[in-house]
Design a protein around this ligand. Structure first.
Ligand SMILES: *Cc1c(COP(=O)(O)O)cnc(C)c1O
Ligand SMILES: [Zn+2]
Length: 427
């Protein structure tokens, strides 16, 4: 029998030193992030279009290139979200070949964070942690709480005190201990680093971060597979810590190296809210470093002022010939509404950012009309309904009588009636 074990280990991005497999967030020598490196030769033959197609309809179909400990039997059907052609939005913004990768409907907690958490918690179990946690801007909290509950792990989750109510409730309902910290995400994250060491807890995005981050690659694998094993010309991706955008590129590189897709230089475009845009500022200024910011935006899921993978993300975007843009809170709310009205997809503030940035990249001519472009929608609008407060009037109640309805509808939206009459006449 062929060995079913993929070989991987942690390596420092800067000095290249290896650390085997253990809970560790950064290189002790140069403090750079660690990355999981695979022996791709050990995977060849076991990771093909055919073996993948024979796998389950979720991220575990790509398990040969995910760092999961021996003996772990994945059973939660995470990911494999729809990739849909966006014709109507395309018409609005001048795009002829635009797709939406829709992680607003990712299982089980409606954001792409379900992908990273499932890989992180597999490793938390492998390393024998009893308590897990995270520092979160919201979606990570929801996903860690939900998946920890299912695995029977204890969870303690730290968030900035001013988080949206829905994201707080969506964490507590799973029975996790939620601690609101009087500070912003960067304060919360620093505290979590200390807590992880002090109590020996497994923090998915701190001491388990290298494993966590690999879960994001599945967005890239899925996009390639759903395009019929082709790579797109462009990816537009929201950025918080700057991890997801880099891992989509890593996924594409692995697929090229293993011969699953034709080589192609995909360009990567990052999206941020202007109120927290350290990575897009770096790209626009051609910097290879990040100037930390104090976040001030309603796009809270992207509000990381000092992103861990920011320098690497900025560098990578520039290498690929891509770009990064940022939009105001007013523009991101329009982005939410346009995606909903055009494609029937209700995304959260981060998706509003991505949609508005995508539109801007077309209007700037950085992305041209016929290029195959995938815009990554990463979270669900039901979690950030506060963002749309005041956008829609609550109408007065109408009497349950046809005459009352007729009078009302002519007053508020006469077009509805004339359109109906036309359709009837055509029959
Ligand atoms: C966390 C998050 C992101 C950004 O992820 P990073 O890997 O930290 O850049 C994007 N969108 C949503 C909805 C998120 O929750
Ligand atoms: Zn190092």
């Amino acid at each position: 029998m062929v060995s079913s074990c993929t070989k991987y280990e942690l390596r420092c991005n800067e000095c290249g030193k290896s650390f085997g497999n253990r809970p560790l967030s950064g290189c002790p020598d140069c403090l750079a992030p660690l990355e999981v490196q695979y022996d791709l030769e050990s995977v060849r033959g076991r990771f093909t279009r055919e073996t993948i197609a024979a796998g389950p309809a979720n991220i575990w179909r790509y398990k040969e290139l995910l760092p999961i400990p021996e003996g772990f039997l994945p059973d939660l059907p995470v990911g494999f979200t729809p990739l849909v052609r966006a014709k109507n939005l395309g018409k609005r913004i001048g795009a002829n070949n635009l797709y939406i990768k829709n992680d607003a409907v990712c299982f089980p907690t409606l954001s792409f964070k379900d992908r990273v958490v499932s890989v992180a918690l597999a490793n938390a179990q492998g390393f024998g942690f009893i308590t897990v946690g995270c520092s979160s801007t919201g979606n990570l909290a929801n996903s860690t709480a939900a998946q920890a509950a299912r695995l029977g792990l204890k969870a303690c989750i730290l968030v900035p005190a001013d988080l949206e109510y829905a994201k707080i409730l969506n964490t507590q309902v799973y029975g996790a201990r939620l601690v609101r910290i009087d500070g912003n995400y960067d304060h919360v994250n620093r505290l979590c680093t200390q807590i992880a060491d002090e109590y020996n807890w497994g923090f998915v995005n701190v001491n388990l971060r290298p494993y966590y981050a690999e879960g994001s690659k599945t967005v890239g694998y899925e996009i390639a597979e759903q395009l019929g094993w082709r790579l797109p010309d462009n990816i537009v991706c929201p950025m918080a810590g700057g991890s997801l955008i880099r891992k989509i590129r890593k996924a594409f590189k692995e697929l090229i190296a293993l011969g699953l897709v034709e080589p192609k230089d995909v360009r990567f475009f990052g999206a941020q809210a202007t109120g927290c845009s350290p990575i897009s500022q770096a790209v626009k200024n051609g910097w290879d470093y990040i100037e930390p910011q104090r976040p001030n935006t309603i796009a809270r899921s992207l509000a990381i002022g000092n992103p861990a993978d920011g320098p690497a993300a900025a560098k990578m975007i520039q290498e690929t010939g891509g770009w990064a843009e940022d939009v105001s809170d007013v523009e991101l709310v329009s982005g939410i509404q346009e995606l909903a009205e055009d494609e029937g997809i209700f995304t959260e503030t981060a998706g509003g950012v991505t949609t508005a940035v995508t539109a801007r990249l077309y209007s700037q001519g950085r992305i041209t009309r016929d290029q195959l472009t995938v815009s990554c929608i990463t979270g669900n609008g039901l979690k950030t309904t506060d963002a749309l407060e005041g956008c829609f009037a609550t109408e007065r109640a109408v009497k349950p009588k046809l005459a009352a309805f007729d009078e009302y509808i002519r007053a508020v939206d006469g077009r509805l009636i004339s359109d109906v009459a036309l359709a009837g006449g055509a029959r």
